[in-house]
Write a protein that binds this ligand. Structure first.
Ligand code: HEM
Ligand code: HEM
Length: 204
């Protein structure tokens, strides 16, 4: 990584959103089975879905590395990246790599679909099959998260770069021109207000 230095890559909405999404998912997962914890489950799952919905919008208007146009590539680019991981000089991306980019689309889509089916089950619309669909989608999401974590571990090892810390600090190795310069704190406040309002509304 000669010539690269730490630059700002992940804006505040990306980082705050990520950890809210992860926390919401974990809490929803732990409380899904229990009637007693149902309301907590609904709030946590709704918060996760609200973050994912926000993230889709942010993928169009967010800072450079948050935009889908900067990291969504086809399956061929994802495969080429995965192959390069096994080589001595794996290809380094300042933002998301192409394999991670595909996983991110799947994670967001599944978080939204799981949340939406959960809401339909909560409203007791459409009968039992919606509850089974909700359960199946949540299992698919869990499987993709396992793949996501394996990808994060592999990418961190291959590049000698702690990607989890980068998702906290917002900084990765990159060229000065890749620095996003603004961390968009105001949009992070909008995200928080949106998540609270949407979760409250979905739990009615
Ligand atoms: C990412 C978000 C979510 C995850 C991972 C998740 C996961 C789960 C899991 C694992 C179960 C247990 C299924 C079973 O064993 O029967 C469950 C049940 C349930 N969830 Fe969620 N859920 C999420 C979001 C939501 C949301 C947003 C709502 C409502 C607004 C919701 C409402 C329900 C209800 C009503 C049940 C009970 C269904 C039944 O068996 O009657 N969930 N969820
Ligand atoms: C708690 C365990 C988790 C850890 C340590 C973790 C770590 C990370 C890291 C390091 C990245 C950045 C990857 C990169 O550098 O390209 C990332 C991105 C992402 N993760 Fe996770 N993750 C976790 C759980 C989750 C869960 C549970 C979900 C979904 C429900 C999730 C969804 C995402 C998404 C959507 C992104 C893209 C971030 C963005 O651009 O907004 N993660 N994660």
């Amino acid at each position: 990584m000669g010539g690269l230095k730490p630059v700002r890559v992940w804006d505040l909405p990306v980082r705050l959103g990520h950890w809210l999404l992860a926390g919401g998912f974990i809490l929803a997962w732990l409380t899904g089975d229990s009637e007693e914890w149902r309301l907590i489950h609904v709030y946590a799952g709704s918060a996760a879905m609200a973050v994912a919905l926000f993230r889709v919008g942010w993928g169009f208007i967010g800072s450079h590395h948050a935009r889908f146009s900067s990291f969504v590539r086809g399956p061929a680019a994802a495969l080429a990246y995965l192959k390069s991981l096994g080589s001595l000089s794996p290809r380094h991306y300042t933002g998301h790599n192409p394999a991670g980019g595909l996983a991110i689309l799947g994670l967001l889509a599944l978080a939204i679909a799981t949340g939406a089916s959960g809401w339909l089950a909560y409203q007791e619309l459409y009968g039992d099959w919606v509850a089974s669909l909700h359960e199946s989608l949540s299992h698919l999401l869990l499987a993709l998260i396992a793949l996501h974590l394996a990808g994060v571990a592999a990418g961190s090892l291959a590049h000698g770069e702690n990607l989890v810390r980068a998702m906290i600090t917002g900084r990765k190795q990159g060229a000065t021109a890749d620095d996003i310069r603004h961390s968009r704190p105001l949009a992070a406040v909008v995200l928080l207000v949106w998540v609270v309002a949407a979760s409250w509304w979905l739990a009615q």
